[in-house]
Write a protein that binds this ligand. Sequence first.
Ligand SMILES: C[S@@+](CC[C@H](N)C(=O)[O-])C[C@H]1O[C@@H](n2cnc3c(N)ncnc32)[C@H](O)[C@@H]1O
Length: 232
Amino acid sequence: MQTNVRYVHALGPAALTRFYDPAIRLLFREEAFRSQLVANLELAPGQRVLDVGCGTGTLAVLAQQRCPGVEVHAVDGDAEVLALARAKAARVGAGVRFERAMAWALPYPDGTFDRVVSSLMFHHLAADDKRRTAEEILRVLRPGGALLLADFGSPRSAPGRAAVRALRWFDRIAHRHDDALARRFDDNLADRLPEVLTGAGFRDVAEIDRIGTAIMPIATVRGHKRADAPQA
Ligand SMILES: C[S@@+](CC[C@H](N)C(=O)[O-])C[C@H]1O[C@@H](n2cnc3c(N)ncnc32)[C@H](O)[C@@H]1O
């Protein structure tokens, strides 16, 4: 892991990464959320799809299993979580191509992917990193291609708001030397991810799905790269 960049691991402290899968299963209605997200990708054989911030690889593996004719690529910045993802894919024989990369420096030529998906990753990024990651995703999408961004939205229940207060308190302590990182949830909690995508150059940006979970809702925002965008 590079030490000169802002980075938040899957569950915050790196030592908790091995508990990521059970935690997500318990807290976030994982099957329903991932199944719906893969359906919303509207995959078709022959397409190339990229999962950015793939974590333990559950979504990338599911996409490959649901649509075997699709070429699935997945990146994450953390070598430890990628090792878990590679082992998971190998266990079920899913041919996902994993790479280690930062979300704002994707190792692919312009226009490579028909679809890009990113789930539960954007809230790990400070505001300016969200912006440059969205721009980088736009670069690797083909003209007319789509990004599906699934991440936390504003909670509407009292327990949800209490959970958010606790999370923000934790972040203020954990990132007390980096105000931008301590405020990484702000865009999510104000439901501003559509604006982030529009600001980066995406077209027809809209929230297409929202599911409630034990803590915060997960909203899926879709945006497109202009069909007449120049190809490199
Ligand atoms: C909460 S996990 C989500 C994992 C997976 N997408 C999922 O749906 O379960 C966030 C992931 O984003 C990765 N991540 C955080 N910041 C990143 C960055 N700047 N570039 C690449 N990956 C990043 C973390 O290592 C972690 O695996």
